[in-house]
Design a protein around this ligand. Structure first.
Ligand code: CO
Length: 136
């Protein structure tokens, strides 16, 4: 049902410092950078093999990632799995008793469709389901 890990989301306070680590020290090419006002973040995608690292900088303290940073500090934020059909996957997960944060998919970066699962039903791991746009 979940095909592969699409990306690991990392909450950062300082995007330039994070890019120095991931681009320069880790050698991962940046492939996308976007401000997603709706989610209150500036997001950067870097390639690593078939997957990605997604760096998330909050646009303000009252955003979900801003609150996360205030509470837990920078670090691992979520894991995202790629699927072929996000609506069918969400139905299957609901039937399996998994609680959804997003009942219906919303638009993520690079025109993907995304939905988050509630960490209280996923063993404390904030989990994202992503159906990448064609070509990604
Ligand atoms: Co993500």
């Amino acid at each position: 049902m979940l095909d592969r890990i699409d990306h690991v989301g990392v909450a950062v306070e300082d995007l330039d410092a994070a890019l120095k680590l991931y681009e320069d020290a880790f050698g991962m090419p940046m492939v996308h950078r976007e401000i997603v006002e709706e989610q209150g973040v500036e997001a950067v995608l870097l390639d690593v093999g078939d997957g990605h690292v997604e760096l998330l900088r909050p646009l303000g303290p009252d955003t979900p990632v801003g609150k996360y940073l205030a509470k837990k500090g920078p670090g691992l934020h979520h894991v995202a799995y790629a699927v072929g059909d996000i609506k069918a996957t969400l139905e299957q997960l609901t039937a399996a008793g998994v609680e959804l944060i997003d009942e219906t998919p919303r638009i993520g970066i690079r025109k993907s469709q995304v939905a988050f699962l509630h960490p209280k039903s996923t063993g404390g791991v904030l989990t994202e389901i992503v159906q990448p746009a064609e070509g990604h």
